[in-house]
Design a protein around this ligand. Structure first.
Ligand SMILES: Cc1cc2nc3c(=O)[nH]c(=O)nc-3n(C[C@H](O)[C@H](O)[C@H](O)COP(=O)(O)OP(=O)(O)OC[C@H]3O[C@@H](n4cnc5c(N)ncnc54)[C@H](O)[C@@H]3O)c2cc1C
Length: 341
């Protein structure tokens, strides 16, 4: 048994919002063999346990009563090689961006557009991370999980069983608190199939002087765009996009477009349209809006930031204000993307 339960543990350095909060108890899981013992501790039995990755999609609204476990399982294994593809497994505690770079350097392609997303591999299927026209579900073969009600017994879910949706999966619903992601198996291609027409990837590549990009070039372009647009959590606390882009019936979108012809929108399946939440917040005059140390980022209206000493409650109050302004102006409900604890 290598884990230690540490009481009254500070979490400020473990969440990218930089919110000061404590856990009654804290442990790190760095060996899967320890999971049954960890689950048998009185602290875990009293539950619910909070499983933490990089803390980059989390808003702590106060101290956490109970046990917080940080996933520190490590390891990347090539499971299968086929003519044009590979199956590669990464443990839940691997850093997401380092894993993406590892795959690209090995000549395994598909994850390049998801470069520089903070957090861990284990959290990537939870909200089906996505950026620049790619979602992680596009490359997931299987998710290896531990059944928490059965002492950590292994259960492998196929891609279909994960029921992926926009920033959504089974891990946010029935499987929440029941299945712990211990590793993810990705199917990656040996042949590049680049998606560069999304966002400003093409423009960035040409500014870099690249006309025949490789997947590593696309990754570099995505990193440059992200670094110029998004605040670095090491310097300014945030959890990336705070709101999901709302998906509405297309006739609702049509009516809104009559009033706001510039409203940025994307097709989202039969009869549905996805609206750009950032555009709506920006056009409502809230970009840069500040309430104490809780604020809307000056360049990205979708990102809420902590200028130093904001509490989770301060961020929630700001988010509520934004939601009510958007509701009143556009008649649209905004939903939070981070998990609020
Ligand atoms: C600057 C910035 C930019 C971002 N950009 C993007 C983006 O472009 N696209 C995007 O999709 N997201 C983005 N995010 C959000 C975030 O990076 C992702 O959601 C990421 O996958 C969260 O990983 P994490 O390890 O930090 O998860 P955490 O914040 O630690 O956890 C998030 C949730 O997942 C659960 N969880 C964590 N690990 C496991 C596990 N192993 N098994 C089961 N449940 C688990 C936690 O309990 C919690 O409910 C951004 C965040 C920041 C700060």
């Amino acid at each position: 048994m290598t884990f230690a339960l540490q009481p009254h543990y500070p979490l400020q350095a473990l969440n990218t919002f930089g919110i000061a909060a404590r856990a009654d108890f804290f442990a790190e899981l760095d060996a899967l063999a320890d999971l049954p013992d960890l689950l048998a501790t009185p602290q875990a039995q009293q539950g619910p346990v909070v499983w933490l990755g990089g803390g980059s999609n989390l808003l702590l609204t106060g101290d956490v009563a109970g046990l917080v476990v940080r996933m520190a399982l490590k390891g990347i294994r090539l499971l299968k090689e086929e003519h044009d593809s590979v199956i590669v497994e990464a443990a839940a505690g691997e850093n997401w961006h380092s894993f993406v770079r590892h795959t690209l350097e090995a000549g395994w392609y598909g994850l390049e557009n998801l470069s520089l997303i903070p957090g861990t591999v284990g959290a990537s299927p939870v909200q089906n991370i996505g950026a620049y026209g790619v979602e992680v579900k596009d490359c997931i073969e299987e998710v290896v999980t531990a059944e928490l009600d059965h002492g950590g017994r292994e259960r492998i879910l196929t891609n279909a069983e994960c029921r992926f949706g926009y920033r959504d999966s089974v891990f946010k619903h029935e499987a929440a608190g029941r299945l712990l992601v211990t590793a993810v198996r990705f199917k990656l291609s040996r042949t590049p199939r680049l998606i560069t027409a999304y966002g400003d990837i093409d423009g960035e590549l040409s500014r870099m002087g690249i006309s025949h990009p490789t997947p590593l070039d696309v990754s570099a372009a995505v990193m440059r765009i992200r670094s110029s647009k998004l605040p670095d959590p090491a310097k300014l606390g945030n959890a990336g996009s705070f709101f999901k882009n709302p998906i509405v019936d297309s006739d609702v979108a049509e009516a809104l477009l009559q009033r706001y012809p510039k409203l940025v929108n994307y097709p989202a399946g039969a009869g549905k349209t996805k609206l750009a939440a950032g555009w709506m917040i920006d056009q409502a005059g809230l970009k840069g809006y500040r309430d104490g140390d809780a604020a809307v980022h000056e360049r990205q209206a979708l990102v809420l930031v902590n200028h130093g000493s904001a509490s989770g409650a301060d961020i929630v109050r700001l988010a509520e204000h934004i939601r009510s302004v958007v509701r009143e102006r556009y008649g649209v409900e905004l939903e939070c993307e981070p998990v609020v604890l």
